[in-house]
Ligand binder design. Sequence first.
Ligand SMILES: [Zn+2]
Length: 335
Amino acid sequence: MVNYKDLGLVNTREMFKKAVAGGYAIPAFNFNTMEQMQAIVQAAVETKSPVIMQVSKGARNYANATILRYMAEGAVAYAKELGCEHPEIVLHLDHGDSFELCKDCIDMGFSSVMYDGSSLPYEENIKISRQVVEYAHKYDVTVECELGVLAGVEDEVASEVSHYTKPEEVIDFATRTGCDSLAISIGTSHGAYKFKPEQCTRDPKTGKLVPPPLAFDVLAEIEQKLPGFPIVLHGSSSVPQDEVDTINKYGGNLPDAVGIPEEQLRKASKSAVCKINIDSDSRLAMTAAVRKYLAEHPDHFDPRQYLKPARENMKKMYIHKIVDVLGSDGKLAQC
Ligand SMILES: [Zn+2]
C-alpha cells in the first residue's frame, strides 16, 4: 500500500473548493509518455498553476500502471527542481470502470479516482460509486463520479437531450454516493470528432464546422440544485484548427475534426465547473509537430529530434489553456 501523500501528491478537495470560489477551473491533462509529463509540469510551474495529471485505463495498458505512478512521483520532484517548492499535483484515474480498478489505483498512490458508472442503471451506478467512495475516503483519496452519458467517437447518436445529466437526479446522486465531484454531460464529447457535420453549421467564410453550443441551461440548473459543488467537464478539447491544418498539410487526414470552442470553456470555468479534461488537444499538438518535423527533415531518425518540438508544442498548448481558457494561473498557494 502506497499513500499518495508520501509521493508529494495532493487530492482535489482544497483545490476544487478554491477553484469554485475563485471562478476558475483546474486543468486535467491526460498523460502516458515522458514528454507529455515534462510538458505538463513545465507549463504548471511556469504559470504557477495547480494541475491534475490523469491516466486512463488505456494509458495504463500502454505505459504500465507502475511506471505511470513513478512518473507522477517524478513529476513532483521535477516541479521542485524547476523551482516550485510546493507544487499541487494530483494523480487521477480517468474513467475507472470497476471498484477493483479504482482500489488498485488507490493502493498504488493515486490521490484521486474517477468511477464512471454512467452507462449503468441509476441504482447500480450509485451502489458501486458509494463502494468506491467508502474505500477511497479511508485514505483521504477524492472521488469523481459521473451522471449522464457523454457521446464518444464511436457513438451512434451524440448530444441528444436524453443524454444530458438530469438536474432532478443530482442531489440524490451526490448525497447517496458521497462523491467529491460530479462529471456531467451538457454536450461535450470525447475525441477529435466531437460532432458530426450534420450537427454543426458551417462558417460561410472559412467553410469550417461550427459545433452546437453547450447546454448552459442544464449546467445552471445543476448549480442551483448543488450550490458550490465541484462539477467536472469531460471531452473538452477544442481541436485547434491550426494543429489540424498542420497535420493535414504534412500527410495527415483529419477532415472535419471539431471540438468545443474555447469561449464556451472559458464561460464554464467561471461557474461551478472546476475541472476540465483535455486529452485530444495534446495528441493533436504532438502529432502536428512530429509530422511537420519529419516532413521537413526526411534524413533525421533520432526520436529526440522530433520529440523535442513535440514537447515544446504541447507545453505551449498547456500554457495557453491554463492562462487563456481555464484561468488557473497564479493560483498555487505558494510556489
Ligand atoms: Zn472522459
